[in-house]
Design a protein around this ligand. Structure first.
Ligand code: HEM
Length: 539
């Protein structure tokens, strides 16, 4: 019996000892894991000081990015860049394409956009991601394909015919469409989304310049236009690709699922419009005799008359790409800029007064004989030479673009190993993001008052003075400077002056205004306004 008891206690001891040992081992393991976790967390968080953000094993800086999505992303980037003296390296999760260098340093911008221009193309990654929508158009092209289009389009943009077309189309769109739409909402006492109205205006305008065809988005009742809708949805679906691992969106495209299905459907919608216009134009041009050249100055007609390197006409697909790219470039950039401008004016009535004083002064300078057509009842239309004189308005628009650039971030991909002037080492293939929004809000660039809306900072000796394109990057810089810059300023001045002279724009109280996270800086919920007639307004 006793030997049996001994055996049991020996067994219990053996089991208990083993259990104890196991327990001790487990406690050790837990302790070790805990210690390792604390060390990793501590180390990751400590890196925040040197690298701007915590760097976690495997996922890199992704957690900080995900948390930032819940706040104003642009402000978050600005904060990090300010802490890091203008440049930081974003370390994405392993095996993803999220690694990049983010910079807001004007020296780096000049190096990338001008000095070493050919080392910093748009790159394979960008081209492959947007190719389905943009094809080989200027926005998506590098090297020779880009150079050829840039040269031809540049000649066109500076031609007298094109300038006439832009001026005429604006007069027509503003006086026959924009002002009547605004007037009818004023009369009805209705709130209007000014951003939406302006988007419609610039969509019609750029379609006229690119295709020589007016889709009619800005019409009474603000109708939905299939081409415009397809274009918008196709752009939105393309943007989704940038935040989806390449393998996944390619699989979805192959299987025709989700956003890839939406993209295909909407690209077909865009193509339907484009190819119809191309074939109609071809027929029209074929009917014209050689002596009586068509007076058309739209891009489509210009490129139809050109020949490629082999002396052949451009293919329909290439013509489609050219036009679609111009629409993308000029469709919403100036309208969102105007929306932010009107919002800023609402908060800075002193600036609005100065703009009005300038425009009224310009009208008063008209020859008495030609002083407005008001006497015979026709509307007051600004003339090109008057629009050019609106220098304070130009300063206010530039100031608005400094704070709310239509393209808030842009990117390049480096093709050789390079070193930025600030010492950042770039390995071949690195993606570089330049934070245009941040650049407008850096004390090191604009001084202590960088967050204030002060058009005066653009005025020297009473005249508008432009800034270096590497400091004020809203229109990009170097050889890829925005081709539509002069036109955009003209368009914005014409539209802003025509509205301000007639209406007071009241932003609806408590209407939430914040930027949307997109390639263009839309206001997330539009700009809801009410209009009232300005005292002494003309027709
Ligand atoms: C406020 C208005 C505008 C702003 C802020 C703006 C800004 C920009 C920016 C930042 C780029 C460089 C994009 C890149 O390469 O990634 C660009 C390029 C371009 N913009 Fe604009 N843009 C405006 C209006 C327009 C308009 C109205 C047009 C045409 C009618 C236009 C035509 C172009 C073209 C064709 C390019 C490509 C140039 C090239 O790659 O060589 N832009 N613009």
């Amino acid at each position: 019996m006793s030997s049996g008891n001994n055996t049991i206690s020996a067994a219990i001891e053996a089991v208990g000892g083993w259990g104890l040992r196991r327990l001790l081992t487990e406690i050790h393991t837990v302790e070790l894991l805990l210690a390792a976790a604390i060390f990793v967390a501590f180390h990751s968080l400590r890196q925040q000081k040197t690298q701007g953000l915590a760097v976690w094993p495997v996922v890199g800086m992704l957690p900080s990015l995900v948390l930032a999505l819940r706040q104003d992303m642009y402000e978050w980037v600005t904060e990090v860049l300010n802490l890091q003296n203008g440049t930081f390296v974003f370390k994405g999760p392993w095996f993803t394409n999220l690694h990049c260098v983010v910079t807001a340093d004007p020296r780096n911008l000049e190096f990338m956009l001008k000095t070493k221009f050919s080392s910093f193309p748009k790159g394979e990654y960008f081209r492959n991601t947007v190719r389905d929508l943009l094809g080989d158009g200027i926005f998506n092209a590098d090297d020779e394909t880009w150079r050829r289009q840039r040269k031809a389009a540049s000649l066109e943009f500076h031609s007298a015919e094109f300038r006439n077309l832009t001026a005429q189309s604006l007069v027509e769109l503003v006086h026959s469409r924009l002002l009547p739409v605004l007037e009818s909402s004023r009369r009805a006492g209705e709130t209007v989304d000014l951003q939406d109205v302006l988007l419609r205006l610039t969509f019609d305008n750029v379609s006229i310049l690119a295709f020589g065809a007016d889709p009619g988005c800005l019409s009474p009742g603000l109708p939905e236009i299939p081409f415009a809708r397809a274009f918008e949805e196709a752009t939105a679906a393309t943007i989704v690709r940038f935040v989806t691992p390449t393998g996944i969106w390619k699989a979805l495209r192959y299987l025709q699922l989700g956003t890839e299905r939406t993209l295909r459907k909407n690209i077909l919608g865009v193509d339907e419009f484009a190819y119809k216009v191309i074939s109609t134009r071809k027929k029209e041009l074929a009917l014209e005799s050689d002596e009586k050249k068509a007076p058309r100055a739209d891009l489509l007609t210009i490129f139809m008359r050109l020949r490629d390197d082999d002396g052949e006409p451009f293919s329909d697909k290439f013509l489609r790409d050219i036009c679609v790219n111009f629409i993308l470039a000029g469709r919403d950039t100036s309208s969102v800029a105007l929306a932010w401008f009107f919002w800023l004016l609402g908060r800075n009535p002193g600036v609005e007064e100065k703009i009005l004083a300038e425009i009224r002064g310009i009208i008063n300078d008209r020859e008495p004989s030609s002083s407005t057509a008001e006497k015979d009842g026709s509307p007051l239309v600004f003339r090109p030479e008057e629009v050019k004189k609106m220098e304070y308005l130009q300063a206010a628009l530039s100031e608005s673009l400094r704070l709310y650039p239509s393209v808030p971030v842009d990117h390049k991909e480096v093709v050789d190993d390079e070193v930025f002037p600030d010492g950042t080492v770039l390995k071949k293939g690195t993606k570089v993001v330049y934070a245009i929004y941040t650049m407008g809000r850096m004390e090191s660039i604009w001084g202590k008052d960088c967050r204030e809306f002060k058009p005066e900072r653009w005025i020297r000796d009473g005249r508008f003075a432009s800034e270096s394109a590497y400091k004020f990057t809203a229109f990009n810089g170097g050889p890829r400077l925005c081709l539509g810059k002069d036109f955009a300023y003209y368009q914005m001045r014409f539209v802003a002056a025509s509205i301000l002279l007639r209406y007071r724009v009241h932003v609806v109280e408590n209407h939430p205004v914040e930027p949307k996270l997109a390639l263009t800086m839309f206001m997330k919920r539009g700009l809801k306004v009410n209009l009232s007639l300005r005292e002494g307004h003309p027709n």
